[in-house]
Design a protein around this ligand. Sequence first.
Ligand SMILES: [Zn+2]
Length: 240
Amino acid sequence: MGNGPAQSPPIMPGWDDCDVVGLLGSQFGVPVQVDNDANLLALGERSMCYPDVDDLIYVKVATGVGAGIFSGGRLVRGADGSAGDFGHVYSPAADQVPCRCGNIGCLEAFAGGLAMAKRLSAHGHGVSDAPGVAELAKAGNLEAVRELREAGLAIGAVLATCVAILNPRVIAVGGEISAAHGALVNGVREAIYRRTTPLAGERLRIELARSGALGGAIGAAQLVLDTVFAKSAIDARFAE
Ligand SMILES: [Zn+2]
């Protein structure tokens, strides 16, 4: 997202052009930093678990699918803040399935927790959301576990392209769905190693995220440390 106004966020239509930083800044009278969940989780995971790794992708699998990307030690936001928003790229697994963003065939229309909940519900399991899918998988329900594995394969197929482009050292797979059962990260591993060159794959680690429920909050704290309390920012304050 960066610190500019939100621009046409795919699943938050009412927030288009909203100056979140300005609104919060005028309300609280303090410097404000805003970022999306996947970027903050990537910041938290890296600062807690991989402080020496400069090339890392954090993948969040919950209601939807998204990623935060570190390349060369810097969080990659892209020209307009949408870097890492890979839940809405085309996936053959989601072919012709409508997505909540309005498009069809998006990765998260197949591999997101909401999509899994819809399929499980159609098969008679009383789940309606991502936490429900996670609970079902944790309980060892075979259909839910199979859903996680298939989702992992679809996500990994897209991530294999990211590996070819970015050559990460670590891919951390997080979010409540991933944490529920190892089947999802195993599917991710299978799809990525199948499609990755020996050079890019030899030292690539694909792990369950370890920063846990506080990862996003720790990432937000790290963002403040890196910006508001950065040496350049403090020098500028004193110069005023
Ligand atoms: Zn979509």
